[in-house]
Ligand binder design. Structure first.
Ligand code: UVW
Length: 318
């Protein structure tokens, strides 16, 4: 049996952006999204049409989550039944009734931004902070600083499923930076430095068709690690990688067997923000119909102190 190399060895020569934005930075490559980049994105608004990319939390059809996590549960605290005879609904002057509910959820359990301190190896998270600063809540590189700044800029949808001529990419189906460029060329859109990349696989369609089979053969399609791919992301100064899969990459590296290598090479080392489990279907249909694959993208994760991620509803405006 061949042994899986440690990420420390696998990524020994992989580039990092640590220190590039100072010793206290917590938002990494989102620093590339300067005011100039925001205006570059906003200039793409032509029709004023909005596409919200969040999946429905508590979808009766199911919530796709990383194995080991559970879908959110929402519970009614007060509803009209609490004012039935014998009910305990709070009494307010004037006869006020109201609905209240609460949510118990993995912060990575639906469409989400990962904090840069979400994954690590070798005892250090983004920017070289000690991994022990994650204990009991992320003191450094939590999602809160990302939420504090917000995200906006030019984004490009690369519809890899349509480009490959399939309804949905299957388990472990891989693509690389050269495929991204070929897909962009086929779609007639130019990839430019500092673009937010949105990759469509439609793989979660398989979850909605047969949840049991989806988990029985778990292994997502997506980008796979290579030094060249990491170099391309670094050179292109990509600030944010957005996909419709649970983990934004092929789960286990086909060469080494290591898990979530790109989480580490791109997020931990380059500071690229990861946005996962998006619903890209309406947006993709619209892009296929008008042939416009570039647009303004804006997202505001929630400000949650010390959190390793946050639910989000990114919005694209064409
Ligand atoms: C893990 O990192 C385990 O999950 P994700 O980034 O997909 O939420």
């Amino acid at each position: 049996m061949t042994s899986v190399p440690d990420l420390t060895d696998l990524l020994a020569d992989s580039p990092t952006n640590w220190g590039k934005w100072g010793p206290d930075d917590e938002v990494g490559s989102l620093n590339y999204l300067t005011a100039e980049q925001v205006l570059r994105g906003a200039a793409l608004i032509k029709r004023g049409e909005l596409f919200a990319l969040q999946r429905l939390i508590g979808d009766p059809k199911g919530d796709p989550v990383w194995p080991g996590r559970s879908p959110a549960t929402k519970e009614m605290v007060w509803d009209e039944s609490d004012w039935d005879e014998g009910g305990e609904g709070p009494q307010f002057p004037g006869g006020l009734h109201y609905a209240d509910d609460k949510l118990e959820a993995f912060l990575q359990g639906s469409t989400q931004y990962d904090a840069l301190g979400h994954v690590w190896y070798d005892g250090q998270i983004w920017n070289g902070y000690d991994a022990r600063t994650t204990i009991g809540g992320l003191e450094k590189a939590s999602v809160a600083p990302i939420a504090e700044r917000g995200v906006a800029g030019r984004a490009v949808l690369l519809d890899l499923a349509r480009w490959r001529g399939v309804e949905a990419l299957g388990a472990r189906e891989a693509f690389d930076h050269e495929d991204l460029q070929a897909c962009a060329a086929a779609q007639g859109v130019e990839l430019r430095p500092r673009d937010i990349l949105i990759l469509r696989t439609n793989h979660l369609e398989l979850f909605f068709q047969d949840e049991k089979a989806f988990y029985a053969d778990f292994g997502e399609p997506g980008l796979v690690y290579s030094p060249e791919l990491v170099r391309w992301f670094a050179d292109m100064e990509i600030p944010n990688l957005v996909t419709d899969t649970i983990a934004n990459e092929v789960t286990f590296d086909p060469d080494s067997g290591a898990a979530l290598v790109l989480h580490n090479a791109l997020m931990r080392n380059l500071g690229i923000a990861f946005t996962e489990i998006c619903d890209l279907e309406k947006l993709a249909a619209d892009c296929a119909s008008d042939g416009v694959y570039e647009f303004f993208y804006v997202a505001a994760p929630l400000k949650i102190h010390g959190a390793s991620g946050s639910p989000v509803n990114p919005v694209v405006i064409k």
